[in-house]
Write a protein that binds this ligand. Structure first.
Ligand SMILES: [Zn+2]
Length: 110
């Protein structure tokens, strides 16, 4: 299942739970290291939702910084890439704690 199809599935499940019939805005928080191609996501979103309750919905994307935990000094640091060294002690082996996933933060519904 593509990313957009899983977004749509979540939206459809929410529409049943909260009983709305139309979605005008979808707000996403995407981790900086989630590996999501934003342009591809925006393009396929429009295609995937075109015959759904989210047809024509505007996609808002917020990029969330990736945070890693350093097993050596115990510090939490912002990671620019998966293989960053700890910005505090310089050791490698940071454990990615957040910023590698994607979630829906808000739905504007009618
Ligand atoms: Zn460290």
């Amino acid at each position: 299942m593509s990313l957009c199809e899983s977004i749509l599935q979540i939206v459809e499940e929410e529409s049943i739970r909260q009983s709305f019939r139309k979605v005008s805005e979808v707000h996403l928080a995407i981790g900086a290291l989630a590996g999501v191609e934003l342009e591809a996501l925006k393009f396929s979103f429009d295609v995937v939702v075109q015959h759904s309750l989210a047809a024509g919905a505007v996609l808002h994307i917020e990029i969330v910084p990736a945070i890693g935990h350093c097993p050596v000094c115990g510090q939490k640091v912002v990671m620019e890439s998966r293989y960053d060294a700890c910005s505090r002690c310089g050791e490698y082996g940071l454990q990615l704690e957040s910023g590698n996933d994607m979630r829906i933060t808000h739905l504007e519904v009618q």
